[in-house]
Design a protein around this ligand. Sequence first.
Ligand code: ATP
Ligand code: MG
Length: 259
Amino acid sequence: MVAIVIENLVKSFGDLVAVNDVSLEVREGEIYALLGPNGAGKTTTIKMLMGLLDPDSGSAKVFGIDSNENPVEVKNLVGYVPEEQQLYDSLTPRELFNFIASIRGLPEEKITKRMKEFLKALDFEQYYDNMIITLSQGNKQKTMLIAALLHRPKLLILDEPFSSLDVRSAKIMKDIVKIHTENGGSVLLSTHVMEVAEGLCDRVGIIDEGKLIEEGTLEELRSKSEKEGATLESLFLKLTEQEEDVAKGVAILREALTD
Ligand SMILES: Nc1ncnc2c1ncn2[C@@H]1O[C@H](COP(=O)(O)OP(=O)(O)OP(=O)(O)O)[C@@H](O)[C@H]1O
Ligand SMILES: [Mg+2]
């Protein structure tokens, strides 16, 4: 079975077409990265997939369940880490995890064991009883990731998941994502970190101005662009037509900095 099927998804905000006829699939056992410049439509696509935004047209399905029609069912199947942290500031991670376990009906024993493993792996034990509002950015992100993984979902949807993590935690999280897929799970993530897309993901979809302009494995993208051995960064900049912009921006800054 396919984990995610997005078909001809469209979403506008006023005159702006944020997501413009996007179709893609994420297979079971696959890690798929959505790449795109700021404002390209990645988060909007992910929010429709989670049933948090209604599409204007088209559909998004998780394991065959329509996200717009059955958002609660979809949320049960997915471990979701949103772009903005929507945490309960005045709770501690312990209270938050227990709350999540209770609304998901997870047995306390199992959760306690699982939580202990996560806390140890992510070097998070000393923050377990601190109020979330007092945590650093990276530790808030760890809280979100643990919260998303607690119910062992078959599918992870991660919007910029590793952006604030230190080197050790990012490596551990990437390994956790890999283990998740080795066990048959699937992952859709958005990232600006080329090394994550290149090293971790099976396939990459490039979104620009709301459109999915290219899709494939790194090798497929290289051969389509006739750039053998090219890095994903250079392919990305070429495909999104930002190569010249980068050169111009650097030239302007060089002048400003040497004046
Ligand atoms: N609620 C909203 N109201 C109006 N415009 C919105 C809203 N949400 C998103 N947009 C616009 O839709 C476009 C796509 O935004 P989106 O957040 O999906 O981009 P993104 O690819 O996730 O970017 P980033 O890499 O910066 O996270 C942007 O131009 C954004 O300003
Ligand atoms: Mg975003």
